[in-house]
Write a protein that binds this ligand. Structure first.
Ligand SMILES: *Cc1c(COP(=O)(O)O)cnc(C)c1O
Length: 209
């Protein structure tokens, strides 16, 4: 958090506009509790099932926890995801949009929603392609009534992330979307420079996985 604050100051950003999402995947209650005790409330998990195993209990202790799903979602897990998460960052295909819309209606719950963009067009990576983002966001809005708040990306591991963050910001700007989830332990300072509203930081907080 101190590094986030410093980066915000360096780049002339208001620290209140940047949310630190502490990525607790693979870590258990013993490692998460001290981070909660330190005051952190926003956490990210990449697997629905793993999150179900630890967060309901931690939420009883800290009811104001905000949980983000940052990993790929399968449509058969949509019900569990809607029940557990406050923010789902990884909508990337129509089937998921449809499954989430149905579950949100059924459960009367409305997690906040982001679309994942595959900025590097990597074949193995989830996310809509940059050129398809606008049409996909429109589809989510018009056909499924989903209030998409922003975009998320994971740049290619071996590349300079800056151009990917800049591309995500440009796409969000064209769609008047305010939330930009980008930047991890290795590059969150660059992401803050380039407009991130949410940085997803795991190992810099919890240590190596
Ligand atoms: C694991 C993960 C992170 C955090 O990665 P670190 O390098 O540990 O900070 C961020 N975003 C996503 C989508 C992840 O899966």
């Amino acid at each position: 958090m101190a590094r986030c604050r410093a980066a915000a100051k360096d780049w002339g950003r208001d620290v209140a506009d940047i949310t630190l999402v502490a990525v607790s995947k693979t870590f258990g209650r013993e490692e998460i509790l001290p981070v909660l005790e330190a005051g952190q409330r926003v956490f990210g998990e990449n697997r629905v099932q793993e999150a179900q195993g630890k967060w309901p209990e931690l939420r009883q202790l800290y009811p104001d926890i905000e949980l983000h799903l940052i990993g790929p979602l399968q449509s058969n897990k949509a019900a569990d995801a809607v029940a557990l998460f406050d923010v789902i960052e990884t909508i990337d295909r129509e089937k998921i949009a449809a499954a989430l819309a149905k579950e949100m209606e059924k459960q009367g719950k409305a997690p906040r929603l982001l679309v994942q963009v595959n900025t590097g067009a990597e074949p193995q990576k989830a996310g809509v392609l940059p050129g398809e983002t606008s049409a996909f966001v429109e589809l989510c809005r018009k056909k499924y009534g989903l209030a998409i708040e922003g975009l998320m990306c994971i740049p290619p591991f071996e590349e300079n992330p800056g151009p990917h963050f800049a591309l995500l910001r440009k796409l969000a700007g064209e769609l008047a979307l305010e939330v930009l989830s980008m930047g991890m332990s290795a590059d969150f300072e660059t992401a803050i420079e380039l407009g991130a509203t949410h940085v997803r930081v795991g190992s810099a907080i919890f240590g190596q996985r």
